[in-house]
Ligand binder design. Sequence first.
Ligand SMILES: Nc1nc2c(ncn2[C@@H]2O[C@H](COP(=O)(O)OP(=O)(O)OP(=O)(O)O)[C@@H](O)[C@H]2O)c(=O)[nH]1
Ligand SMILES: [Mg+2]
Length: 453
Amino acid sequence: MLPAADTIAGIATPVGIGGVGIVRISGKNAYKILARVIKLATGQAIKSHLMLHGFIVDPTTGSRLDKAMACFMQSPKSFTGEDVVEIYCHGGQAVLQEVLALVLRQGASLAGRGEFTKRAFLNSKIDLSQAEAVLDLVKAPTAKGAGLALAQLEGRLSSAINNLRSRLIKLQAEIEGQIDFSDDLPALDYNCLQNDLQAIREEIKKLLASAPSGRIYRQGLATAIIGKPNVGKSSLLNALLKEERAIVTDVPGTTRDTIEELVDINGFPLRIIDTAGLRHAKDKVEGFGIERTEKELAAADFVLAVLDRSKKLDELDLLVLSKSNDKPGVIVLNKSDLPKVMEAREFSWPMVEISALKGEGIDDLSSVIISELNKLFGQESSASVIINARHQECLARADSSLAKAAETVAQKMSAEFVAVDLKEAIVALGEVTGEIVSDEIINTIFEQFCVGK
Ligand SMILES: Nc1nc2c(ncn2[C@@H]2O[C@H](COP(=O)(O)OP(=O)(O)OP(=O)(O)O)[C@@H](O)[C@H]2O)c(=O)[nH]1
Ligand SMILES: [Mg+2]
């Protein structure tokens, strides 16, 4: 736990040049520090939740550092639950570093990664799954992902978990009552208990089913474009991005190293990876490129295999397809603007004809990708709550404890055994929201944040 008196400060905006840059302070001395460093415009006084305007001034030298706005948010009505100050400076690194250094000289200590959000959690402003949602929200690669993170920040996952947890606590209370006062209370209705456990397990399973799409909304779907040299892989990347990102030439072997770009297809973040054409390498550099392609292919979640339909299908095309046939994907028949030479053939993947050069068929390709992803992730791709790997582990543990409980109930064994399993499930669910969680887990979570968040 943090010493409550410790006041922290950090730059909340990213490194670089921006219109505005924010220095954030949280803790008992936030007000005092602001009062020392701001020279307010005439007629203004520091009041909570009111925008202030003035100069940031070093009180020991009297020198002005910036003309800025600031806001004081009195505890507990602030993000961290403590007194918080935000100073809105001009967004250059020199100014921000100077203002931060000034604030630190007034006694604040430099905030660690995610320390503001950690304080919000420790002060019960948000639970652990909401704190994780803050990170998901700032890192979300698409608007859909951001929307899901925001729903989690607003407590959608927390309320689902709290609901399950309180139902289990109620069952546990009934069982423990039965254990303690079996003579006075009516006998446990094992059928009823079994039904309740079943209903709770089904809800846990629904949450668990959202894990694969959750990973994709957070990290993006690794999508490798593969194919022989010169079939138009880089042209496809450019057509999907609608910009000339990758170099395209008529020389086979143009792409030597992989290029990765994010494309939003219907809210699905696809990390599209353009690779070096697969062939028997002629030189060392090309060899490295091809090796890299194979690695990208092995790590890919989804594949776009490009074939040049203006040429006959050959051995190398088939080799390309065979290398990736253990993955889901789409066959892209490129160069539809040229006469078709490639013979019709059936493959296990759907096929789409496009002209990457002319940008034709790209919408069809996007629709086929979407329908393949919907098949892969099912209805869960449109789930309103998505869980992460940590939640998945906790929920899986809760589910296996409940499976044990259900088994015990089925065998009509003593209620004490059921109570033990229920306890485990309650603890596991409590870990999702941070109700019961170790300092080590808390630290691991907040270490993933940036400084100032
Ligand atoms: N006619 C026609 N030409 C295309 C099309 N797509 C790509 N090309 C041409 O095919 C050649 C190769 O295109 P790239 O996109 O560089 O092919 P690549 O698969 O990335 O090639 P490597 O990086 O060498 O493996 C270029 O001359 C492109 O202009 C298309 O749809 N129609
Ligand atoms: Mg290329």
